[in-house]
Design a protein around this ligand. Structure first.
Ligand code: GTP
Length: 597
């Protein structure tokens, strides 16, 4: 039985066709009848669909009758393609023996794909090279083959050219999975060890975990134990996804499936944890994943203070689907009670915020994102600060350090100059440049993480006409000349609008910021002075003139319905406003700190 199982995932850069290929595999193996076929079945969250990217992984079990006449069980574990989510890639790879590497025939290998392939190689996975979109007029499969051979050492003769869209070559891919990816090895009579590679909260069943059984077996009614916490639960349901939830009697070594155990507390199914049998526990847990550390932080506050508990509840639920999300309560003079949240990157932050608003019906205020700064104080101690409002006074600071990354940018050689210019502007220092093929290079720079977080992607995209791809890894802390920039409204500092900036850019940013705020703060009943200051020194000032008329002044006389409508409209507008002292600020103002060049 075990030798007919193949566990694999697909590694691909965004848009290279991973979801299209996955859908094809489902279709080809009959897992989804044509009429059930929704476009891109595996990307199930709305947000993913809208943004056209895969975030959450979902395993699917396929049954394939191979050319040798045998029926094989293929477990496909989906992986996300965006740089923010590479930790989820490592999670899904850890549950597999092989991976398909899908590369767009008109684009070639991208920086992010490389990082993921190296991760798969480190885990000793069998890698099957696939070149997709060979139907495109701009397809250059021979050049891409050469690139894959040069850069990754994949034998060009073993690379499979396909068109996922037209269904060309898909059967060859299935045959290669069967022939080249080794079956799982694990003793089903040994103690149970199952890896939780994902989990989510289901309103009816409680927490659901996606697992890969490494050794032993589990069946309904078993008492399982979480090895990290020692907590025990009775299994109420186990099953496979083919692709819809389907209960099974048991799951054995090598198999992939889901389980429910009436776990109400979302913290009970920790992704990366090992499940064992309480009656016959395994002596040691499986190696978990590298703990991922959030690198971007921002404050999330309910617009209505009364929604604080609701926000706490929503964050707790979301955290189950997203182990990388960190949060802790904090308070702000301006915004009241909220949470400081940690994210893997800006896209991750945006997605969490949107999910909280949509799925949990909250209206939130987000402060500008920040990295974690390391500050040496004059008294010899050291503090880590990720909230600008906790920045120590300038006279107490001996040295400030910020996180730096090593960025690798792959680009056609026509754009080398444009990329270098951008990196210099972002305070980068050149590391090296390597030719991947005569037409494409990989450029490496050391850059402050904070600069990458703010519109670096956009800059890169626009300056290279979308041809560049970026990957980065955190290198550590380096000293930088950073200071805190405060914003005052009518003389009062607004803690939630403070930001940390490089000294050389501080005047420019201060001016840009007050200018921007002047445009987005609506007129009030009195004049509002907007100032930017460093320490006690005001470096820029603008003002919003007082409003002349009340809205109601517009309706001369008696039309009551009209008056009501206007008041309603004003109330609607107020929903998106935050009252700071006597001043009303649009909720997007707090994020705008980041949009300034
Ligand atoms: P993420 O989910 O963001 O990781 O993207 P993906 O890699 O899953 O890409 P997806 O399958 O969504 O495909 C991206 C685009 O390429 C879509 O518009 C597809 O229709 C198109 N596409 C996929 N495969 C092919 C192909 O073989 N030929 C052509 N011409 N287009 C394709």
């Amino acid at each position: 039985m075990q030798n007919r199982i193949r566990n694999f995932s697909i590694i691909a850069h965004i848009d290279h066709g991973k979801s299209t290929l996955a859908d094809r595999l489902l279709q080809e193996t009959g897992a989804l009848a044509e009429r059930e076929m929704r476009e891109q079945f595996l990307d199930k969250m709305d947000l993913e669909r809208e943004k056209g990217i895969t975030i959450k992984l979902q395993p699917v079990r396929l049954e394939y009758i191979a050319r040798d006449g045998e029926t094989y069980i293929l477990n496909l574990i989906d992986t996300p393609g965006h740089v923010d989510f590479s930790y989820e890639v490592s999670r899904s790879l850890a549950a597999c023996e092989g991976a398909l590497l899908v590369v767009d025939a008109s684009q070639g290998i991208e920086a992010q794909t490389l990082a993921n392939v190296y991760m798969a190689m480190d885990l000793n996975l069998e890698i099957i090279g696939v070149i997709n979109k060979i139907d495109l007029p701009g397809a250059e499969p021979e050049i891409v083959k050469q690139e894959m051979e040069n850069v990754l050492g994949i034998d060009r003769d073993e690379i499979i050219p396909i068109s996922a869209k037209l269904g060309i070559g898909v059967e060859d891919v299935l045959e290669a999975i069967v022939a080249r990816i080794p079956p799982p090895r694990g003793d089903e009579n040994a103690e149970l060890k199952a890896l939780i590679f994902d989990s989510y909260f289901d309103a009816y069943k409680g927490a659901i975990s996606y697992i890969r059984v490494d050794s032993g077996k589990l069946k309904k009614g078993d008492i399982i134990r979480m090895m990290s916490t020692g907590k025990e639960f009775e299994l109420t349901e186990i099953g496979v996804l083919n692709p819809f939830m389907n209960q099974v009697e048991s799951l054995k070594a090598g198999e992939v499936g889901y389980l429910a155990a009436a776990m109400k507390n979302v913290a009970d199914t920790k992704v990366g944890d090992t499940i064992t049998n309480a009656g016959r526990p395994a002596p040691r847990a499986l190696e978990g994943y590298k703990e991922v550390k959030p690198v971007v932080f921002c404050g999330l506050y309910p617009l209505e203070n009364s929604e604080f508990e609701k926000l706490r509840d929503a964050l707790e639920k979301l955290k189950l689907n997203d182990a990388s999300l960190l949060y802790e309560p904090e308070s702000s003079d301006a915004l009241g009670f909220g949470f400081r949240c940690g994210f893997l990157g800006l896209l991750h932050m945006e997605i969490v915020r949107e999910r909280l608003e949509r799925e949990y019906d909250l209206t939130l205020l987000a402060t500008a994102p920040s990295v974690i700064y390391r500050i040496l104080l004059t008294d010899g101690s050291e503090v880590f600060v990720q909230n600008p409002s906790h920045w120590p006074d300038a006279q107490r600071i001996e040295m400030v350090m910020e996180p730096f990354v090593k960025a690798s940018i792959m680009v056609p050689n026509d754009y080398i100059g444009a990329v270098m210019e951008l990196c210099q502007e972002k305070r980068g220092s050149f590391v090296n440049m390597e030719y991947l093929t005569p037409q494409r290079v990989m450029i490496s720079y050391n850059l402050p993480l904070a600069e990458i977080l703010f519109d670096f992607f956009d800059g890169l995209k626009s300056r290279t006409k979308g041809y560049a791809s970026l990957d980065y890894e955190i290198k550590g802390y380096e000293a930088s000349d950073l200071i805190k920039l405060d914003i005052l409204l009518n003389g009062e500092p607004v803690d939630a609008l403070s930001s940390i900036v490089h000294k050389e850019k501080s005047y420019q940013r201060g001016r840009a910021l007050v200018e921007k705020l002047r445009k987005i703060i609506p007129r009030q009943m009195y004049e509002v002075a907007i100032q930017a200051s460093i320490g006690n020194r005001v470096i820029a000032r603008e003002s919003v003139k007082a409003m002349r008329k009340d809205v109601l002044a517009k309706c001369y006389g008696g039309d009551i319905t009209r008056k009501k409508k206007l008041l309603e409209k004003q109330k609607e507008g107020k929903k998106r406003m935050k009252q700071i002292g006597r001043i009303e600020i649009p909720r997007d103002a707090f994020m705008s700190v980041m949009d300034i060049e």
